[in-house]
Write a protein that binds this ligand. Sequence first.
Ligand code: AMP
Ligand code: MG
Length: 327
Amino acid sequence: MSSKLFFLAIAALHPYEAVEPHMGTLFSIKLYAGDEKSAKQAFQAAFARIAQLDETLSDYKAESELTRVTLSSRAALSGDLFTVLSKGQWLSAQTDGAFDVTLGPLTHLWRQARRAHQLPSAEVLQEALSRSGFRKMHMDGQSVRFDVSGMQLDVGGIAKGYAADEALAVLSKLGIKSALVVASGDLAFSDAPPGEEGWKVAIEALDRPLLLTNAAVSTSGSAEQNFVVNGVRYSHIIDPKTGLGLTTSVTTTVIAPHGIDADGMATAINVLGLERGLAFIEKQSGVAAAFLIDQERRVVFSNRWPVAARSTSTPATDRLRRSERRP
Ligand code: AMP
Ligand code: MG
């Protein structure tokens, strides 16, 4: 193709956007296509793939594969459930169980507690803990096996990132090379928009946006979902050691090559906390993280966080103090 023709092909792409509810949240897709017809076909195919994953991975649906496999002591897995559970088990092993897809009994208790504004009793918590724990789940080949009955899976900490990856894969097969998928705190994107250097991703508390291509960014924390009992704020992210929602208020953002990793790791390091979380992130190739320590409004970056996106917006009082210090 001559360079002139190539330029014309790029110039002919237009932006399109569509939003649909899936996985208990809104999925928004932005893509560049030659015309509206191909954009519509692309949206349909990508949303159909996300809906299919919701049918497989939902812990709210009695008929989902995720729910069904826990009913037998050993079950063969589809490729999607195998991918997600294997990644979950890998993350558990790497984080000493801070990330755990077998916390279903506890996340279900958490939802009840949030509705009732009351914590579960110690006995109820203990019983749920006895049916949880990644060491009680085993993956052999394409199957999963459970040591105790009544276990429940919850892949809510990783499924949206995986769905975003899979939506991008569908779009890529249809020839759409430049797209962005957003599902609340989870984003994944392919090539840069035509004529631009990358996708601009603004992160709360950071002045400068990230500029990235072919990557994913996930944010986890208690800001979106939490409840207060006796003046204590409990996150929807569970500490597997206690079975209770986290009471620390840290927001974690992870940049990784794929959504499944960014999503899972952002949740995992939220549980691990700053020190252990940073140590974990530095060991992962191509991964960077930022920790926003809410009470102090302090942001800590891992080594690979892009230097150009490191400045932070500090609270007004802090800014004032600094300007006062100027000569
Ligand atoms: P995210 O918003 O990606 O951080 O995921 C939070 C969701 O992950 C919760 O709503 C639960 O469904 C699930 N979850 C809670 N605690 C954990 C945990 N310690 N490990 C893995 N998943 C969790
Ligand atoms: Mg997550």
